[in-house]
Unconditional design. Structure first.
Length: 307
């Protein structure tokens, strides 16, 4: 298989798995990524150690103090430029998603398109961060509300959507004035590195503070560390229901906020009036699309006795 797209995405045989924006850190421990397509090694990504994790958190918390003062439309301009970079690299990134995760190429390309779409949405949102203006019971007074950013947003994503889920969270967080620390799946670490490598060019060109967009790499223990970290007021996690319960408990114990997208038990209900020419392909795609790894994957068929 032609893997020239790896080089165009800035990936090599061994890649740093810890980034504070433009800067990257490597360690001796690595994760080896193999493709489910042909079983070949794609590349290695270094694991984030305790010391490097602290460097990332220090960079993120420091960057937040400056980033939150940037006008929201200016923050949106960074996201707009990243959307253009994704358009230019859609084919390469889509091929990486397909090759490292195992979904079809069309699904991989579709996932990158979702990233582009959320960038467009976030750019518009950067000029629509409204608040209510209210009448007060006190004479000659008016009340208004203004939404403020939370701080460091932690994103823990799953292997089935290795790039889109991060972008859904990160692009919205960034235009709202938050900074992001992303732990991608250890099954698809190169996808996270590629996204960060592309974003780093935009960050550098616009003198964005180091620490606005960070990635860390590791297994579930790193996710546990993030869930228990009081410096991260919001954790957005995608994965199994079992994982979600663990994250929710850890975050709630420190009175943090969690945003969870977990597994489902989805059913297709087929009634006597159903058009089977529509039901059959829709059911097959619902079950096997994205290699059967989707929160909305069809797992049950409830069929009327007449069929």
């Amino acid at each position: 298989m032609n893997t020239s797209f790896l080089k165009r995405l800035g990936l090599g045989a061994t890649n740093p798995g810890t980034w504070s924006g433009q800067k990257s850190f490597s360690s001796k421990r690595v994760i080896v990524s193999y493709s489910p397509v042909d079983g070949k090694e794609i590349g290695k990504v270094s694991v984030t150690g305790e010391g490097d994790y602290e460097k990332i958190m220090k960079a993120a918390t420091t960057a937040f103090d400056e980033w939150k003062t940037w006008p929201a439309p200016r923050r949106g301009e960074i996201v707009r430029q990243y959307g253009d970079v994704l358009r230019a690299h859609k084919d390469d990134l889509g091929r990486l998603v397909s090759y490292e995760m195992g979904k079809s190429l069309q699904e991989g390309l579709g996932e990158v398109q979702e990233m582009i779409d959320i960038c467009d949405f976030a750019v518009g949102l950067s000029r629509q961060l409204y608040g209510l203006s209210m009448h007060s019971e006190r004479p000659s007074h008016r009340m208004y509300e203004q939404w403020h950013p939370l701080g460091v947003v932690g994103v823990i994503s799953a292997f089935n959507f290795p790039v889109a889920v991060w972008s859904w969270n990160a692009m919205i967080a960034m235009v709202c004035g938050d900074v992001v620390v992303w732990k991608g799946s250890e099954k698809t670490p190169l996808c996270a590195v590629a996204c960060q490598s592309l974003l780093a060019k935009v960050l550098k060109a616009n003198d964005v503070p180091e620490g606005v967009s960070c990635i860390v790499t590791g297994d579930y223990t790193l996710g546990q560390k993030m869930s228990n970290d009081h410096r991260i007021p919001l954790i957005s996690a995608t994965g199994s229901t079992r994982m979600g319960k663990a994250v929710a408990s850890s975050v709630a114990a420190r009175l943090g906020k969690s945003l969870l997208e977990l597994g489902g038990n989805n059913a297709v209900i087929v009634t006597p009036s159903a058009d089977l020419s529509l039901v059959l392909p829709a059911t097959v795609f619902g079950a096997v699309g994205t290699a059967g790894q989707r929160c909305t994957t069809t797992r049950r068929l409830i069929v009327h006795a007449d069929i």
